[in-house]
Design a binder for this molecule. Structure first.
Ligand SMILES: NC(=O)c1ccc[n+]([C@@H]2O[C@H](COP(=O)([O-])OP(=O)(O)OC[C@H]3O[C@@H](n4cnc5c(N)ncnc54)[C@H](OP(=O)(O)O)[C@@H]3O)[C@@H](O)[C@H]2O)c1
Length: 332
């Protein structure tokens, strides 16, 4: 079967290649095999190739999330069944014609949800729910007053929009921070009542201060990273927490210890790579909520374009640069 693999650490555009590899193994007890139809190129997938292959392996398949159809089930699997359309995550090697995963990782997709939307239903939603759990806990520990705004950076990104959606649904006041006017327009389209600050505007800090209007901000969620962290910290209340969930800048932070120390500021990181360690009931609720959200709000799961495997390089390039939606690989 065809699969996207790499053999040496390096930039994904240089080291990822399409190769004929042995067929995915038959599902064992508690597993299912899925014929992949669509799989997104996440920024996180691309970061993965910069690390050495684990444990002396000579080849590794790429991709983590997909939508497809169940083609075989192992012993003791009652759901999903052969023929069911499913979204799968985590699915190591999802950029392959077939993957074999624990049945628990394959969620049946409602009829109204397209393959394209299903293929991006899990990672971004689950991350946004993980972020929201951290935010809720921190706001309640800080006894945040009802009117305390939540500042959300990268608010037009795939995960950012889902965080804003859930925060608005909670009845919280949200202030969106984005880099460009294009992203500001995206936020305004989806959330006309949410004020937006654009960091490419040199007055952005003044604009944000005006919106905060002296109120304490116990939590800020951030995916810009890099030097921006030092710029956004002054807007946190003393003892407040920066919830970090992305690294769009891909640059080192420029903080000194005293930037955190004197005001007892905190940093909390949230990563989907730790999600499989969450309790079973939380993961089950996250999966259900993700598919429900995909059915109710497909407009929040934007697709930039689809690419056959032959156009892998174009898909990688689009995932890195377009910023207007996911780049999807199409397989079977
Ligand atoms: N914690 C986790 O488990 C987890 C899960 C998923 C994603 N992530 C990470 O979260 C980040 C966002 O991912 P995503 O998939 O939501 O992104 P995305 O949908 O690709 O969004 C990109 C957005 O970010 C903006 N952007 C691009 N480069 C930027 C920069 N250097 N500084 C500020 N804004 C920038 C673009 O806005 P403009 O149009 O304004 O440039 C665009 O709207 C990535 O670092 C990703 O790896 C983490």
């Amino acid at each position: 079967m065809r699969s996207v693999v790499y053999s040496e650490a390096g930039d994904a555009a240089a080291v990822a290649r399409v190769e004929d590899v042995p067929e995915a193994r038959a599902p064992g007890a508690g597993e299912v095999q899925v014929a992949v139809r669509v799989s997104p190129v996440h920024r996180g997938d691309l970061v993965g190739t910069s690390r050495a292959l684990p444990g002396g392996a000579s080849i590794r398949a790429l991709g983590t999330e997909a939508a497809g159809v169940v083609t075989a089930v192992g012993e003791s699997v009652s759901t999903p069944r052969v023929g069911d359309r499913v979204a799968v995550f985590p699915a190591v090697g999802a950029w392959s014609e077939r993957v074999t995963v624990p049945a628990e990782f394959a969620v049946i997709v409602p009829e109204t949800v397209s393959d394209e939307i299903a293929s991006i239903a899990l990672v971004n939603s689950v991350t946004s729910r993980d972020v929201m759990r951290a935010v809720e806990e921190l706001r309640s520990t800080a006894a945040a007053p009802d009117g305390a705004p939540l500042v959300v950076s990268a608010a037009a990104s795939a995960v950012g929009k889902l965080i804003v959606r859930q925060a608005v649904d909670q009845g919280w006041e949200v202030i969106a921070v984005v880099r460009s006017d294009r992203s500001a327009a995206t936020v305004r389209t989806h959330f006309p009542d949410v004020p937006v600050v654009v960091t490419q505007d040199e007055r952005w800090q003044r604009n944000l201060a005006r919106l905060i209007d002296g109120r304490p901000v116990p939590v800020i969620t951030d995916a810009h990273g890099g030097p921006f962290v030092k710029e956004i910290l002054p807007f946190l209340a003393d003892a407040g927490t920066l919830v970090v969930w992305g690294d769009l800048a891909a640059q080192p932070w420029t903080l000194t210890t005293s930037d955190l120390l004197m005001r007892e500021l905190n940093v909390r990181a949230v990563s989907i790579s730790r999600w499989t360690h969450r309790p079973d009931d939380i993961r089950a609720a996250d999966r259900e909520a993700a598919l429900e959200l995909a059915a109710r709000h497909p407009e929040l799961l934007a697709v930039h374009a689809t690419y056959p495997l032959e156009q892998l390089r174009d898909a990688i390039d689009a995932a890195r640069t377009n910023g207007s939606g996911s780049a999807l690989l199409t397989l079977n």
